[in-house]
Write a protein that binds this ligand. Structure first.
Ligand code: DHE
Length: 542
């Protein structure tokens, strides 16, 4: 079933904590103020990820009051309690919601949705704190760290990142970031690290300082997932961009001060020419071919190529792809960007030199590549690969339109993985291994191990490695997530992600021998998930 996808999308929203007015709909069953507040919180924690803040529908059905009032309380209660084969979770029978809470939610969705506030450029600017101005920062690297092999590690539930020295495996520092911190990106020079939390707070960290730390903080909205920095020649480190889920917009900032310069809304028509009021900004990538950002709007299925060289005369090419755009990465040449339209079961390929859609490829159910994996297949030539949340397949897509034209933008192979619930896949130009996690698989034996393939002999199938067991954490729920290589490409790092109050670890595997090389354990490593090697992130190596 689709359990892993649902667990993934119902991850909670910082909007749950927002004070929003109670909107009394006279036609709806009554609610007290306290009931409304509790229901609003549950909605943002459990429901908004699929049904949207405004309930206009995304991967879940629309829940606007014209629909819910017609269905009525009893029908809605049954639906919420038992779920549906179409993908609604069984919130009641699974034990996640009590009968009283099910009743509460059935009444709540018949009230008008409370709308979170907008967030203007002035609102953003008000939150900005420059802790160390540009002229007080170092003019060269002031520490002895091998920055190329530094890892920024997301500590999800403590709202921090750990900077870990890849050579010594020592924690250099723990830095406080936004709520349920999400991803890190690295500037073109490798000096600046940009970290974004789900509460849309960005930390700009200067890695040249004697003790790398935050130099600027800003909150760019109420909820966010993505941040990126300019990479085109001549624009290194100059511009930053962040995309928000709420409000649905993106903001372009100065790269070294995060001073907001331009806010652009993503509200508008979908690829099917229907209006959507809440197109969340999903992944963002920086073009290597033009002074442009590639910005993916989830619900509309549109990809914007936004030119940052003249913000007052903003030029944007809008590419129609497919609805539900989410995560993705470049091919190895850096010209083609592959992005999952996850609930459409497709991968869109963008040519960032021509600003055109190169292909739209049908893959398995709910592709989830992270940034994907690039390698040279013995028969098909260069390919880009993705795993899936909804099935156990790994799709290989031809990525060389010159020497392997017949395979380009086609799914050339679908190989079998160890199960659904995969989030991330990875390899490295120096490696012959392809690593695939299965973090959200319901079977602990699967979610606590990883699959590895020999790229030259994919037909030999996978080898399962018990990475979770290697962490030596004993019993308890723990999930293995996100392979990430070191700079040399001879080690691959995995997070062993336990509950917030339990010990977690990072397991380092020797890429050549596939044997355990090191376990990084420290009480400060609370819920590690994403890991971002500075050099590989800076240069889009994956
Ligand atoms: Fe992520 C990337 C959104 C849940 C770990 N995640 C992304 C990106 C988006 C996104 C849009 C691409 C950013 C980019 O490239 O610019 N993630 C979302 C969600 O909306 C979702 C489904 C639900 C939520 O409540 O947030 C979600 N993500 C998760 C998790 O539960 C994960 C596994 C653990 C965690 O830390 O929260 C998680 N997401 C990651 C990671 C990346 C990511 C590690 C970057 C991968 C990379 O290699 O670049």
């Amino acid at each position: 079933s689709s359990a892993p996808e649902l667990a993934y999308q119902a991850g909670g929203s910082p909007l749950a904590g927002e004070e929003m007015h109670q909107n009394i709909n006279p036609k709806a069953p009554p609610m007290t103020k306290a009931e409304f507040a509790q229901a609003r919180q549950i909605y943002f924690e459990r429901c908004a990820g699929c049904h949207g803040v405004l309930r206009k529908g995304a991967t879940g059905k629309p829940l606007t009051t014209d629909i819910t009032l017609e269905r009525g309380t009893e029908y809605l209660k049954t639906f919420i309690k038992y779920g549906s084969p179409a993908g609604m979770p069984n919130w009641g029978t699974s034990g996640e919601l009590s009968d009283a809470q099910v009743d509460l939610m059935a009444r709540y969705v018949q009230q008008e949705p409370p709308t979170p506030p907008e967030y203007s450029l002035a609102d953003i600017e008000k939150t900005r704190k420059v802790l160390i101005p540009v002229d007080k920062r170092p003019t060269k690297k002031m520490n002895k760290y091998n920055l190329d092999n530094l890892f920024s590690v997301t500590l999800r539930d403590s709202g921090e990142i750990a900077l870990i020295d890849g050579d010594s495996k020592q924690i250099i520092s723990i830095i406080k970031t936004g709520y349920a911190v999400h991803i890190s990106r690295v500037s073109a020079s490798g000096r600046y690290l940009y970290v974004i939390g789900r509460d849309a707070k960005i930390n700009l960290i200067d890695l040249w300082m004697e003790h790398p730390d935050t130099v600027v903080e800003v909150k760019v909205g109420l909820e966010a997932r993505s941040v990126e920095t300019s990479k085109f020649k001549g624009w290194e480190d100059k511009i930053a961009v962040a995309g928000t889920y709420w409000p649905p917009q993106y903001v372009i900032m100065d790269g070294d001060t995060l001073k907001p310069q331009k806010v652009v809304s993503t509200r508008g028509m979908t690829v099917d020419n229907e209006y959507h009021p809440e197109p969340r900004v999903a992944s963002i990538a920086a073009s290597h071919y033009k002074p442009e950002f590639l910005i993916n709007a989830k619900e509309t299925g549109k990809i914007m190529m936004v030119n940052y060289s003249d913000l007052n005369n903003l030029k944007t090419s809008t590419i129609n792809a497919a609805k539900f755009l989410h995560d993705g990465g470049f091919d190895r040449t850096g010209r083609y960007f592959f992005v999952a339209a996850n609930a459409s079961n497709k991968i869109a390929v963008v040519d960032t030199k021509e600003d055109k859609l190169a292909g739209l490829v049908d893959v398995g159910k709910t592709p989830h590549p992270g940034r994907g994996a690039n390698f040279v297949h013995p028969k098909f030539g260069p390919v880009w690969a993705t795993g899936h949340l909804g099935d156990d397949s790994i799709a290989l897509i031809g990525s060389d339109p010159v020497k392997h034209k017949q395979y380009a933008w086609k799914m050339v192979a679908s190989i079998q993985g160890q199960g659904g619930g995969s989030l991330f896949i990875k390899t490295h130009p120096k490696s012959k291994n392809l690593w695939v996690d299965t973090t959200l698989n319901p079977d602990p034996a699967v979610s606590q191990s990883v699959a590895v393939y020999d790229i030259d002999h994919l037909d030999k199938g996978l080898v399962r490695l018990p990475v979770g067991e290697w962490a030596g954490l004993g019993d308890g729920a723990k999930r293995v997530v996100q392979p990430e290589y070191n700079k040399a490409g001879d080690e691959v790092w995995f997070s062993v992600w336990s509950a917030k109050d339990k010990q977690s670890a990072i397991v380092v595997v020797d890429d050549k021998t596939r044997k355990l090389k090191a376990v990084i354990k420290d009480p400060r490593l609370v819920t590690p998930t994403g890991k971002f090697n500075v050099f590989n992130t800076q240069h889009d190596i994956y």
